[in-house]
Design a binder for this molecule. Structure first.
Ligand SMILES: [Zn+2]
Length: 253
């Protein structure tokens, strides 16, 4: 049994096809998933999807760093309201994205405000970190003590594993671990303790091999899990069991 810790089931590439997507996930052994909010609209949509599938799909409420230019007080207040009212399993995705061109200062302000929200609600964090490892580490070390932290689509390489481990982070591994050019991620996976590992699709993005080029969906977390098991030198069954247990513990399920 597998647990996809990060998917975007509200995305138009998946949401018209919900029954088929879930059936295929089940056929691939993917029983539980967390659908992720990135702003006030997708967080509300994620909450509705989770409400339709209790015990199977859970959701988060978040404010994605790439969207900060659009976030005013109204949008942020709406996100806070959804977080308080829809019983999300975490606040996220939140964080910093220095790859896309949006206001970095404002990203930090929104990121810190979301960490404060998570503290008020005693919820874990789901972190988006793209080309911003040092600043992510700095903000988390300063502001997020005492909170559970999941590094979504971990990409900071083996050299950051120890530092994020010290903060108590869980590391979520996505499709790039299966890519030909994914060696630095595979090196990181070798260093991450088994009790800190979970797997995700980030669907509809980041489709793993051998489906690369097609739409991603939760079923395909199986390919990522198979590769992670190979890197760790353990059986697929053990990896699936461990990562599912870790994910349930992290999200309090
Ligand atoms: Zn995502």
């Amino acid at each position: 049994m597998l647990f996809d810790t990060h998917c975007h089931l509200d995305d138009e590439r998946l949401n018209g096809d919900e029954a088929a997507v879930l059936k295929k996930a089940e056929e691939f052994g993917v029983i539980t998933m967390v659908t992720i909010g990135t702003d006030e609209k997708t967080s509300a949509a994620a909450a509705e999807i989770a409400a339709r599938h209790p015990g199977k799909i859970y959701h988060t409420v978040g404010a994605h760093p790439s969207d900060v230019d659009r976030f005013g007080e109204t949008e942020l207040a709406e996100i806070e309201k959804l977080a308080g009212e829809t019983k999300p399993k975490a606040i996220g995705e939140i964080g910093l994205d220095y790859y896309h061109d949006s206001n970095r200062q404002k990203q930090v302000v929104v990121f810190e405000r979301m960490i404060t929200l998570a503290k008020e609600l005693s919820l874990p964090l789901v972190i988006h970190d793209r080309d911003a490892h040092e600043d992510i580490y700095r903000v988390l070390a300063a502001k997020a003590t005492g909170l559970k932290i999941l590094m979504h689509c971990y990409s900071a390489g083996a050299e950051f594993v120890d530092r994020f481990k010290e903060l108590g982070c869980v590391f979520s591994i996505a499709g790039p671990v299966t890519f030909k050019n994914g060696q630095s991620l595979r090196d990181a996976v070798s260093k991450i303790p088994l009790d800190r590992l979970v797997v995700e699709t980030d669907s509809p993005y980041l489709t793993p091999e051998p489906k690369r080029g097609k739409r991603n969906e939760p079923a395909y977390v199986k390919y990522t899990a198979e590769k992670v098991a190979e890197v760790k030198g353990i059986s697929f069954e053990e990896l699936a069991d461990k990562t599912t247990q870790n994910a349930k513990k992290f999200f309090n399920i």
